[in-house]
Write a protein that binds this ligand. Structure first.
Ligand code: FNR
Length: 380
């Protein structure tokens, strides 16, 4: 294939390079995948307002997310098992994001550890926290993120019970991965992926093994992962997390205006309007369809971000126009990483930047900070 021009091109390339069970892991949603599909398709229902005879020189996409400078309002979303899309995946993606001037968010369930990512980056990254039953472990993670100088904690609220993803169940993908002859065949049929994987020692959850109580190997890790997500997590716990962390806090996975108000009451710095990329409650509305009601509900009390279904710079622009101060991409950067490693992540970001820049100009705007609902057709 010639140089990929779209995120869809990168997706095709990733499918050819990444073993099926890991490609499917990235590419799956919960149950019927209706929410996953709506996340993407609801963007195309929003039409842009074409403007002409406006000076379009000297454009800029630079802005801030939680007061931190970003070269465009797009962060890399936290994604688990990223080091299975490509060897050392989190380290490569973090470096690509750093060079691009956008935030990288490391998942609790990453393959490379907080310390691994800190060792290859010079700018602060963000750390995503899953709240586990073992509060000593949670505190340990928070302290490790502080020691690594992470500049935001992203608290994920929508995965205390794991949504069912049929592709993963059919593929027999477990956490941590256990390999059957079928899996070994799927990996062997992707020789470049295998060669890279043989060169690294990072093949299991780096933030957990050796850090959680009594988790020293794959067997104890499997038992731990299954029982640890704490289903009692409540708004009251946010105060404790905020106090232990003491830095910028983002609450991710808010899809309802009432929850958004409760999140604002906690004093957090931002919320991410998100349904976990359609991987949790299938049947929930798309993120973009809920954005205007959530922005109305919280006003200026808390910064609002969005993820889910962003596949182009146009999608980012639409989210910003409807009130998001920033956005995150999950699968788009995973496709890039799976397809071409670090270069693929840079390419994914570059594709989105170019599309955003051209679209902004054709809507008659020069500065992303001036983009608002006036660029949406029918909203003036
Ligand atoms: C995720 N997501 C996620 N979120 C989180 O808070 N912690 C995590 O570990 C993960 N893991 C994860 C793995 C994979 C493979 C995917 C695709 C997603 C959700 C993620 O942060 C984000 O909400 C969605 O990916 C956004 O949707 P798009 O951009 O993938 O459509």
């Amino acid at each position: 294939m010639a140089t990929p021009l779209t995120i869809a091109d990168l997706k095709k390339l990733a499918q050819r390079r990444v073993p099926k069970m890991f490609f499917d892991y990235a590419d799956s949603g919960a149950w019927t995948e209706s929410t996953y599909a709506a996340n993407e398709s609801d963007f195309s229902g929003i039409k842009l307002r074409q403007r002409v005879m406006v000076d379009m020189t000297n454009r800029t996409l630079e802005t801030t997310m939680i007061g931190q400078n970003v070269s465009m309002p797009v962060a890399l979303a936290p994604t688990g098992l990223t080091g299975m899309q490509h060897a050392d995946g989190e380290m490569l993606a973090a470096r690509a994001a750093e060079e691009f001037g956008v935030p990288f968010t490391l998942s609790t369930m990453s393959i490379c550890s907080i310390e691994d990512v800190a060792s290859v980056t010079t700018r602060p990254f963000w750390f995503q926290l899953y709240v586990m039953r073992d509060k000593d472990f949670v505190l340990g993670l928070i302290n490790r993120a502080k020691a690594a100088k992470c500049s935001a904690l992203v608290l994920t609220a929508d995965l205390q019970i794991l949504g069912q993803r049929h592709k993963d169940l059919r593929n027999g993908l477990s956490a941590p991965p256990r390999f059957t002859p079928k899996h070994i065949w799927q990996m062997a049929s992707r020789p470049f992926w295998c060669l890279d994987m043989l060169k690294t020692k990072r093949r299991t959850f780096g933030n957990i093994i050796g850090h959680a109580k009594n988790v020293t190997n794959i067997t104890s890790l499997a038992a731990w992962t299954h029982e640890q997500f704490d289903p009692r997590l409540s708004w009251a716990d946010v105060a404790w997390i905020k106090e232990q962390w003491g830095g910028p806090l983002i609450i991710k996975g808010v899809l309802d205006p009432e929850d958004a108000k409760a999140a604002a009451d906690t004093g957090a710095d931002a919320i991410v309007v998100s349904n976990h990329g359609g991987r949790q409650l299938d049947g929930a509305p798309s993120s973009i369809s809920m954005l205007p009601a959530i922005v109305d509900a919280v006003g200026d009390r808390i910064e609002v971000h969005l993820d889910g279904g962003i596949r182009s710079g146009q999608d980012v622009l639409k989210a910003v126009a409807l009130g998001a101060k920033g956005t995150y991409i999950g699968r788009p950067f995973l496709y890039g990483l799976g397809a071409m490693g670090k270069e693929g992540v840079t390419l994914a970001l570059g594709i989105i930047r170019k599309e955003m820049d051209i679209t902004m100009a054709l809507c008659g705007k020069r500065d992303i900070k001036h983009v608002n609902s006036s660029i949406i057709a029918g909203r003036q």
